[in-house]
Structures are given as C-alpha cells and as structure tokens.
Design a protein around this ligand. Sequence first.
Ligand SMILES: NC(=O)c1ccc[n+]([C@@H]2O[C@H](COP(=O)([O-])OP(=O)(O)OC[C@H]3O[C@@H](n4cnc5c(N)ncnc54)[C@H](O)[C@@H]3O)[C@@H](O)[C@H]2O)c1
Length: 325
Amino acid sequence: MGKNVLVTGGSGRLGNYVCPYLKEQGYNVSSFDVVPPRPDSANAKAGIPFVQGDLTSLGDCLRAFSFGQPDVIVHLGAIPFNVDLHPPYAGEYNRAVQDGLRFSQAMPEQATMEINTMGSFYVMDAARRLGIKKVIAASSYFVLGIGFRLSGTSYEPEYLPMDEEHPLLPEDSYSLSKVLGEEIYRAFVRAYDMRVVAMRLLGVYYPDFDRSRAMHTFNVQVPAATDQDKGYLVSNTYQYVDARDIAVFVKLSIEAGNLAPFEPFYVATDTKYTEPTSAIVARRWPFLAEKAKNIPGTEGIISIKKAERLLGYKPAYSWRTRELS
Ligand SMILES: NC(=O)c1ccc[n+]([C@@H]2O[C@H](COP(=O)([O-])OP(=O)(O)OC[C@H]3O[C@@H](n4cnc5c(N)ncnc54)[C@H](O)[C@@H]3O)[C@@H](O)[C@H]2O)c1
C-alpha cells in the first residue's frame, strides 16, 4: 500500500499533472479544490477522489484532510497572479496592468493575498491538528522580487546565478504572498515536528494548455536591451519548468528523508536559448554582464544545483533533448 497524498488546488493546471503521476507511482491520491474537476480532465480520467472546499476555511481543510487521511500534503492551491489594481506605468508593465484589470474583474482585489497566505496558514494548522507531518508546497521564483516590478525599477540580483541563499525582495501581492507563505511554513516547522519543502517554481510549461504553449517558445532569440526597456530585468529569466518535471520533483520531495525541516528549492527544467548565458546576459541585461561572466554554458541565472544535490533532481523534459509533445 502506497502513502496517502492529498493535493490542494488539485483541479488546477499543475494538479492535473501531479495527481495522476503520483497515482501511477503507487500513491493513494485525493484532491481538494474550490472548483470540481472538469469531466474531461486528467484527474477525472484517473478517477482521483475529490473533496470540494475553500482553503480559507479551517473547517474545509480539516474536512478534506480527514477524508483523504494524507501522510503528505501537496499544497498547490493558490491564486497564481496578483489580482489587485495598480496605477498604470510605462512599457512592459502595461501588460501586467491589463492582466490585473482582467483578473480583477473576476475576483475581489484582496483574493491573492487572502487565499495564498490564509490558505497556507489553514493548510498547516489543519495538518498539525491531524498529525500530518509533511507538506510539499508550491512557491515561486517571484519570491526573489522578479515579477511585477511595481516600483518601475529593474530587479537587481546581488549575485548570479541566484540560489536559495539569495535575498527575497518582493514588491507585488502575489510575490509577497509567496514569501509570507514561506514564513508561515518556517513558523510551523519551528513550533511542531513538521517538515516542509517549498518548490520555488520557474514559469510553468503545461504541454496540454494552449496559453502555456504559446508563452513557452523554445530556442528564442533573446533581444538586446533597448532605450525603451532600459535593459531592465523584470520577470522573464528565459527559464521554464515542465509540469511533468514538477510531478517528479514532488515525488522526490515526498521520499526524501535527509532534508532540513524547512527546505526551499528553485525548480526549473531548462533555459530557452542556445547561446551561452554569459553572452545572453551581456546583451539583454548589460548591467549584469560582470556578475554573469562565470555562469557555465546555458545554465540559468537562477540555479537548480541545490535540487540536483539534495534530491537527485534531474529534469527530463528539456526541449534540447527530446521532441516536445
Ligand atoms: N503557473 C505558473 O507558471 C507558476 C509559477 C510558479 C508557481 N506557481 C504556483 O503553482 C501552484 C499551481 O499553479 P497552477 O498554475 O496550477 O494554477 P491554477 O490556477 O491552474 O491552479 C490553482 C488551483 O487552486 C485552486 N484554488 C484557488 N483558490 C482556492 C481556494 N480558496 N480554495 C481551494 N482551492 C483554490 C483553483 O481552483 C485552482 O484549481 C500555485 O501555487 C502557483 O502559485 C505557478
């Protein structure tokens, strides 16, 4: 009999890769989401048991966890963007504002902060009440402060490649909610005998979702800095992570026995370009050329070495090594 695993946000895009994969790997998987699985979804096809409920209700979390009896919770449920409105700013940022407007029409402005922080708190609180000791939680590389640059300034890495020791300087509600989520996990592992792995995911590539396919063009010609974009580093590091690699990462995290009580990892598959990273950085973000000069080959400006070292993570879905499906 495999371990019991409950996936929050299981009806979402990532949930539809993680749940069926873990089931295939012999785990007893259940899903918890505010939205039921679509009848044509991977989860429905795999017959994943489902509990409907809201992450911001402690009662719903307790009910779902009592149903699934998980040994491990995989916490993916979140609003994966910021829904609050911001004053318009120039160039690149207008797209984020348009997205913000679009998202905000569908959701109250406080949704990102409320669901991502209180949802993470209730997941941890329900887990400790029921004696569930391990949580694998989705965080984001936006914790760094890359992402929605509300100040209109460039992101300034202290050093390259960035790793899990790099300072976290978020500006927008989504990035901040992920940093606060990580603080919540840290507090719970300090207080109780619990373990949390935080997956700081790069931009996720979902092979089955059209919008994701359109956003993930491979072998991109990375443009040079222009007067208009001022050579700023905003959100795109030209790295991505394939949802199928994340599913494998989740399994490695569930099975790892040698980790610190709270362990964050950057999780990526590959970079999207073929030129050496040092040349890409010198052209795209000239102010970072010096810091990037020793990055080997096409390794990203955010490093996944820690995941390789501690978990034996080896991304399998690079566009360089196999046909894209
Ligand atoms: N998509 C990306 O590129 C990306 C990048 C970095 C990190 N992440 C993180 O990965 C995780 C999964 O992202 P995704 O792309 O699958 O997003 P998604 O929006 O497709 O899935 C999130 C799921 O959470 C559920 N949810 C939202 N609010 C809820 C609530 N109050 N109660 C219960 N369920 C609720 C939604 O219904 C949805 O099914 C998120 O935590 C996200 O922040 C995503």
